[in-house]
Design a protein around this ligand. Structure first.
Ligand code: GDP
Ligand code: MN
Ligand code: MN
Length: 259
């Protein structure tokens, strides 16, 4: 099995109203079974999911968090406006978005956009991935899977990696439960987050700064079966529970550091 990973080079700076499938199809000769991985940042720019900081009036809460976290209160307000639930305010906001993703600063970005503007995550990245997949099928007749990614921090380890926030054309998770290992043991627990593995490598190919590569195509990944139940429910999420217990020095305040 050989997997090819092809960076999509030569795309312009994306503006509101740009037709992403048309632009991508101009730069890629798709084959059946390809996976297009797209940075959420250009999906959001094309759909106008951006805000001008100058038009944002921060609330008292945003002012308070901004003072403590040394942030721009208007930026903090844009982060709070995206959040369905705030898990942590300090040393950075960690929040849950309505579509299920939990991310640092609600995934709001100030990079790769003009000064004074922020890029929001798309509100319905699953719908966005489906829509991209259909548009590529209409243009090319090819059966192409799609993953929309964002660069995310993670627990326990330094360094950010790409995560899938929307996908279409395959299940998110390859379910190994009931499969047998080399010694005939039945696997009881293993579920592999395939879309995040692909998103992670795509993120490596795209880079984070001035590379100008907001998409990559994966060829030869094959097929897998499983499910799309990506996000833990709060009652089964042990990290979230532990965090709620940690944030006990008052509502959403972290306790004083231990001496
Ligand atoms: P995120 O991970 O979705 O937040 O996106 P990043 O800001 O990390 O950008 C990922 C890649 O896309 C980098 O190579 C950026 O230089 C590139 N990129 C971001 N915006 C644009 C754009 O409007 N046009 C092009 N061609 N590349 C972009
Ligand atoms: Mn981002
Ligand atoms: Mn990135």
């Amino acid at each position: 099995m050989t997997i090819q990973v092809i960076p999509v080079q030569g795309l312009p700076l994306i503006r509101k109203g740009d037709d992403i499938p048309a632009l991508v199809c101009d730069h890629v000769a798709f084959q059946d079974g390809d996976i297009l991985v797209l940075a959420s940042t250009i999906y959001s720019k094309a759909h106008g999911y951006t805000r001008n900081l100058s038009e944002i009036v921060p609330s008292e809460r945003a002012e308070r968090i901004a003072r403590r976290d040394h942030e721009d209160p208007r930026f903090v307000q844009s982060v709070l406006d995206e959040a369905k639930d705030v898990l942590l305010e300090h040393p950075f906001i960690l929040s849950e978005l309505p579509f299920g993703h939990i991310g640092v600063r609600s995934g709001v970005d100030r990079s790769n956009i003009e000064d004074g503007q922020v890029i929001l995550l798309p509100p319905d990245p699953m719908g966005g991935a489906r829509e991209l997949r259909e548009a590529i099928r209409t243009r090319t007749g090819k059966d192409v899977g799609v993953i929309i990614t964002d660069t995310c921090g993670r627990a326990f380890r330094r360094g950010q990696t790409g995560n899938a926030i929307g996908w279409a054309g395959f299940p998110a998770i390859r379910d190994y439960r009931n499969d047998t290992d080399l010694f005939g043991h039945v696997l009881l627990i293993t579920e592999e987050a395939v879309v995040d593995e692909i998103a992670g490598f795509a993120n490596f190919v795209m880079g984070e700064s001035h590379q100008g590569i907001p998409a990559a195509v994966f060829r030869g990944c094959g097929r897998w079966t499983g499910h799309d139940d990506m996000y833990f429910r709060p009652e089964e999420d042990v990290i979230r529970k532990a965090m709620c217990a940690y944030v006990s020095g008052g509502p959403l305040q972290s306790p004083e550091p231990r001496k």
